[in-house]
Design a protein around this ligand. Structure first.
Ligand code: ADP
Ligand code: ZN
Ligand code: ZN
Length: 763
């Protein structure tokens, strides 16, 4: 007689639908919501999945499969995590499988075939240690050492062991890492073997963490200034009524210092804290500040950790034991998925940053918005911090949905830098430009270098030249599989597609008119680096962008070198614009404000303002006043004028008015559907079908289908349909209709070779 216990399982696959398995008799007590279980899927594949729910409703299909086994003694996901995953998959319109693929470290996702046994991928790391074979007395030890005088190498090893372990009679024996002992003891494995054979030392295998960190003695928190204290109190007051506070504080006002006070309060109550940052690079400097106070309980999480390291961090967050587990996590967006059980606070620093949004693959979530939901599930508070908040968050603060706290002075009354607007059009006309540098910029760089101060130059394009052009006929080499101009990279002497990575050598002749002598146009970070070396030959120059920071530690190395003043001028993309705090940095140059301002996106002005504010915040943070030079061909541009006055509020008002007028977020909801096909005419046909279907449901709230700015990537043609929905109306029914329309399209003949992606809040 079959039992009537079933489990709905989320499998780490992008497939839609619910998967229900029978729980075998022997596992009924062991299978719980959140358990990781092994099941068969399809004719011969095995996967580990997560139990979403347990019930007694026999599914309406013949031959319900039985789940094979339970993989861990305790569930891998707690109730809050399961709720959070469901929210992500409903709100961002993706499958549960896509969510757990993003959420779980990949070593926890097993995959196999029915014919081969599945093995766990995560293995604790073990290392050989050397210990004393027995608890010898001091006298015995000195007799042994004497007896070894004719074997000086063995004597050296034993002496090294005694000094490394700090052993003396009556004390606990502390094993020593084998490699460390060998290093200190003269590098003679033979001698070590000898001591082991004599029964003096012995080997033990010990499980070690991959995340070596040395705890430091905590330092007391800094005393807040008057205005910081006021801000902290205001946050406390908001948290008595609301879950979310927006801290709008100028760069260097001490937002981080306030976060540290809030963290301390939560940790002392035994609560967990999640501190989110937009990018890995930022973790380096902040982690040092956090470890000063909370070293024992602080963990870091980002994508450059290896999969086993990620699994270890995961396990340490899950540990209920507050002395061994991580109570405070500093991480990037994916840290939202760690197995927190009792969060008291989530901090989202630089909340306006676009890196919080995951564009691909699904789930296409925004970590700031998801953090607010996750905090709600824990009954925790959220603090969003920024020097120039996103339009949507500031709007939420003005409408009363969030509390608002402002901090207008820099700590220690450090002056905001002087901003100099350099007119590049004028300088070109008067032939005063030296390569891409205006006289204003060159002058302040010169002065800074003369004072042994440091310079950062910002250019939001990497590579050497954004494109190559035939001066005769205007031909531009493009990627063979994307509708994108190739970017010239001089270091490797190749043209590279920044969308798909395709690269090819520099052509000798124009592909159209065959004339020789193609010209490079525009400039990227690599070109700036080249040219600044020519202008300032004795300066030490480095570059920080996607190309120079691929390795796990390259970012830290560059930052370290800058901090140590081994670099005079650093050139970088927006990577360098964020949160970096350097004592000796006094000049920041924005090389081309125009291409930010003219970027075809409704957020271009907002983002340009934020970016210029942020890079300005990097100059003269401490006791040296800083200078910021912004090069632009349009010095009267309204955004430039607002940056000059640091006038966030006017920028907000202008942007809000514009978006209300043209119906853009935050005054509408946006859902973007992108449809891809390798055949252009089939793509047109299918996107028209979907477009018509959606228009019959949503009328003029549907825009498109249209080819986007980049209309082809990796041989896939792309069309997008934009749905703009009213803010006030419930969004779930509209999402339901969209899903149904897509399902109808997928049933059309030939539609199976389409790729369809949905992006909710695609901005
Ligand atoms: P923000 O996060 O707003 O950019 P930070 O918290 O990084 O500002 O503060 C800027 C600088 O001022 C840091 O070097 C910080 O250590 C220092 N600072 C801020 N507040 C205090 C304080 N109350 N006591 C001592 N130093 C402070
Ligand atoms: Zn390409
Ligand atoms: Zn040509």
């Amino acid at each position: 007689m079959m039992n009537n216990h079933f489990a709905d399982i989320i499998l780490p696959l992008a497939v839609k639908g619910k998967f229900t398995y029978r729980i075998p008799e022997g596992l009924i007590d062991k299978v719980l919501p959140g358990s990781r279980v092994l099941v068969q899927f399809g004719s011969k594949k095995l996967y580990s999945g997560i139990v979403r729910a347990i019930h007694e409703n026999s599914p309406d299909i013949p031959n319900v499969r039985t789940l094979i086994e339970v993989l861990d003694p305790a569930p891998a996901a707690n109730e809050i995590m399961l709720k959070f995953w469901s929210w992500i998959s409903e709100y961002y319109m993706c499958t549960g499988g896509e969510v757990i693929k993003a959420a779980l470290p990949s070593v926890l996702c097993l995959e196999g075939e029915t014919t081969v046994p599945v093995v766990e991928k995560y293995k604790p790391r073990k290392e050989p240690f050397i210990t004393l074979a027995s608890a010898f007395t001091d006298r015995e030890l000195s007799e042994m050492l004497d007896a070894l005088s004719r074997a000086p190498r063995q004597q050296a090893v034993l002496t090294a062991w005694l000094s490394l372990s700090g052993y003396s009679e009556g004390l606990e024996i502390r094993p020593v890492r084998k490699w460390e002992l060998l290093k200190q003891g003269g590098n003679s494995p033979g001698a070590l073997e000898g001591l082991i054979k004599k029964g003096i030392l012995s080997t033990v295998i010990i499980e070690v963490g991959r995340l070596d960190e040395v705890p430091v003695t905590p330092e007391p928190l800094r005393i807040l200034s008057g205005s910081q204290e006021k801000a902290l109190n205001a946050i406390h007051k908001i948290f008595m009524e609301k879950g979310i506070a927006l801290l709008h504080g100028v760069t260097s006002s001490g937002k981080t210092e306030i976060y540290i006070h809030l963290i301390e309060e939560q940790l002392s109550r035994g609560k967990q804290v999640l501190y989110l940052l937009p990018e890995i690079g930022l973790t380096t400097q902040i982690i040092l500040r956090l470890r000063m106070h909370f070293s024992r309980v602080t963990g870091v999480y980002h994508s450059r950790f290896s999969e086993p390291e990620k699994a270890e961090i995961w396990n340490r967050v899950a540990l209920k034991d507050p002395t061994k587990g991580y109570q405070l996590i500093l991480g990037v967006r994916s840290a939202l998925f760690l197995p927190f059980s009792d969060l008291g606070l989530i901090i989202v620093d630089e909340e306006q940053d676009s890196s919080y949004k995951q564009n691909d693959p699904a789930p296409r979530y925004n970590a700031r918005d998801s953090a607010v939901v996750l905090a709600g599930l824990h009954g925790a508070k959220t603090i969003l911090g920024s020097a120039s908040p996103s339009i949507e968050s500031y709007n939420n603060a003005l409408s009363g949905k969030y509390g608002l706290v402002e901090l207008n002075e820099r700590f220690g009354a450090v002056r905001l830098p002087d901003i100099i607007i350099a007119n590049s059009r004028e300088a070109y006309r008067k032939k005063l430009m030296v390569s891409h540098f205006t006289p204003e910029l060159l002058e302040v760089i010169d002065e800074a270098l003369g004072n042994n101060e440091q310079v950062i130059l910002f250019q939001n394009r990497r590579g050497f030249s954004p494109y190559i052009e035939c001066p005769e006929c205007g031909w531009i080499p493009k990627c063979v599989q994307c509708a994108v101009n190739l970017t010239y990279h001089k270091g490797i002497n190749r043209m590279v597609c920044h969308y798909c990575g395709y690269s090819t050598g520099m052509p000798a002749h124009c592909g159209n008119c065959h004339s020789p002598g193609l010209a490079t146009r525009g400039f990227g970070t690599e070109k700036v680096e080249d040219e600044i070396r020519i202008v300032f030959p004795s300066a030490r120059v480095a570059r920080m962008d996607h190309d120079t920071t691929r390795g796990k530690n390259s970012f830290n190395r560059l930052l370290g070198a800058f901090e140590e003043r081994q670099i005079d001028i650093m050139i970088g993309t927006q990577m360098i614009s964020k949160g970096l705090d350097f004592e000796n940095l006094t000049v920041v140059g924005v090389l081309n404000a125009d291409n930010m301002l003219n970027f075809p996106d409704f957020r271009a002005h907002e983002r340009s303002f934020q970016l210029m504010e942020q890079v300005s915040g990097r100059a003269g943070r401490r006791n040296k006043p800083g200078k910021v030079v912004i090069q632009t061909s349009d010095p009267t541009h309204k955004i430039i004028r607002l940056v000059l006055r640091h006038d966030y509020k006017t920028m907000f008002r202008m942007q809000a008015d514009e978006r209300r007028l043209f119906n853009y977020p935050p005054f509408c909801r946006m859902i973007r559907i992108s449809i891809k096909h390798k055949d252009r005419s089939l793509l047109n046909k299918f996107s028209e079908i979907l477009g018509r279907d959606l228009k019959s449901l949503f009328g003029n709230r549907i825009l498109g289908p249209e080819f986007p700015l980049i209309s082809q990537v990796q041989l896939w043609y792309i069309k997008t349909i934009l749905v703009k929905l009213e803010r006030e109306k419930p969004v779930a029914p509209a999402k339901q209709s969209i899903s149904e329309a897509i399902e109808r399209l997928e049933k059309e003949q030939g539609a199976s070779s389409l790729r369809i992606a949905i992006d909710v809040d695609p901005y």
